[in-house]
Design a protein around this ligand. Structure first.
Ligand code: HEC
Ligand code: HEC
Length: 377
């Protein structure tokens, strides 16, 4: 597991200590304090914010999406930030200079990927860093004969193709709405506060208090607090959105907030399609995919018997490959006639954690400041 988010946080802090970047970041963060639908227009591009960002695709991204693209490249090659950036993860990080040859190669590869897709695939993103690298620094060119005769590794395609003979998306989504309590009860759910513990946050180890504040139709904040380790405070905030919520991450977080109120599920995404069933731990699930704004994709896995949502994988767009985030939902329990998952496993390019809820309070007043972006004035 590559802990680049930790490095990112350290890096961002290190850069902000040395000036400039921190301020710009805060400006971006304040822009995201505006209504989500309008925020990104005011966000500066990576090419303007950073000193040495020149590739035709990456320079156009908002800063947060740019960092996410860095994560995609790292994951695709099995790299950490420090494999391309001198001192990344330390207080001597220098992201600007090009002394490591891999960084220069990566820049060339970013343009190559754009060009391959443009000239061969009508501009559709068919080829990404992962297509060739598959977690290796140098892609292999020839099949190893052992692999030829071994069971193939199954990798599910991120774009779901229509599967023949499946239930319709409407049927699957209706069954889900019914399974969690029915549209009438769900319409009565206007807010909730869920509390519990989170285990193994981003590889930091140790348990933390975990709280979700959610307000219909689309507000949701997750707070992870290490009571016994106040020095970890920064990573908590980083996860809480301070460094993440612009561009594709903002769209993704909004989707999660909307999904906290399942009665509206059919409206939050469009172009619903049903693929072939896919297995999670040996059990087959109905697979439904929807499209969100600005290239967001979300694949939902529903239990064919109970109708409940087992997994959501959301994909944000990036020029070097999609940015996946996966949430697994288990241990559904009834709270006032509505079924809530009491266990979440959250996985992203950089790590994963499990949160186990102890209690959910429905329809409680929540201080609006909880949803304000966690940026001090
Ligand atoms: C495979 C090599 C590679 C890896 C791994 C990588 N980067 Fe980069 N990084 C680049 C390249 C190439 C650029 C310049 C991009 C351009 O010119 O558009 C860059 C630029 C940057 C910049 C802008 C610096 C400036 O001011 O010009 C930051 C910040 C950055 N990377 C952060 C990260 C972080 C954080 C990670 C780990 C998540 C990371 N990078 C991982 C190749 C890499
Ligand atoms: C069409 C296949 C293909 C794609 C797509 C691709 N690469 Fe590569 N990449 C290669 C090959 C082949 C090599 C090895 C070249 C060599 O050894 O001379 C390589 C080498 C590299 C290296 C140098 C590794 C080393 O130390 O030898 C880096 C860094 C790299 N690629 C980054 C990327 C990034 C980042 C992306 C996505 C933006 C990407 N590549 C997409 C084929 C690809």
């Amino acid at each position: 597991m590559k802990l680049w988010l930790r490095l990112t946080v350290t890096a961002v802090m290190a850069v902000s200590l040395s000036g400039g970047f921190g301020l710009i970041y805060r400006a971006a963060a304040q822009a995201r304090g505006a209504a989500p639908a309008t925020a990104p227009e005011t966000v500066k591009k990576a090419g303007e914010v950073f000193k040495n960002v020149t590739t035709s695709t990456l320079k156009e991204l908002p800063v947060d999406d740019f960092i996410a693209a860095m994560g995609v490249m790292s994951a695709a090659l099995g790299y950490d930030c420090a494999d391309c950036h001198v001192g990344a993860g330390s207080d001597k990080a220098d992201f600007v200079i090009d002394t490591i040859p891999q960084k220069k190669t990566a820049r060339r590869m970013v343009e190559m990927v754009a060009s391959i897709n443009r000239t061969n695939f009508a501009g559709v993103q068919r080829v990404t860093c992962w297509t060739c690298h598959h977690g290796q620094e140098v892609p292999t060119t020839t099949i190893a004969l052992d692999n030829l005769y071994a069971t193939p590794i199954m990798e599910d395609a991120d774009v779901v193709l229509p599967g023949v003979g499946q239930a319709s998306a409407d049927e699957i989504l209706d069954k889900y709405i019914q399974a969690v309590g029915g549209s009438q009860r769900l319409a009565g759910l206007t807010s909730f506060v869920a509390t519990g513990a989170s285990l193994g946050y981003g590889g930091f180890g140790g348990d933390a208090e975990f709280t979700i504040f959610a307000k219909a139709p689309n507000q949701r904040t997750t707070v992870i607090t290490f009571k016994d380790h106040p020095e970890r405070g920064d990573s908590v905030w980083a996860f809480d959105g301070r460094y993440e919520l612009v561009g594709e991450e903002l769209d993704g977080a909004r989707l999660e907030a909307q999904m906290a109120f399942p009665g509206q599920i059919k409206q939050v995404l469009s172009n619903w399609r049903v693929g072939l069933r896919r297995a999670i731990s040996g059990r087959d699930y109905n697979v439904v995919q929807g499209t969100g704004s600005r290239g967001l994709l979300a694949t939902l896995y529903f239990d064919p018997e109970s109708g409940l949502l087992r997994r959501m994988v959301r994909y944000g767009p990036s020029p070097v490959g999609r940015v996946p985030t996966q949430i697994d939902y288990t241990d559904y329990r009834d709270v006032g006639g509505i079924k809530f998952p009491f266990e979440y496993q959250f996985s992203w390019l950089d790590g994963r954690y499990t949160a186990k809820l102890k209690e959910i309070k429905m329809n409680v007043a929540i201080d609006p400041a909880k949803f304000g972006r966690p940026v001090s004035k």
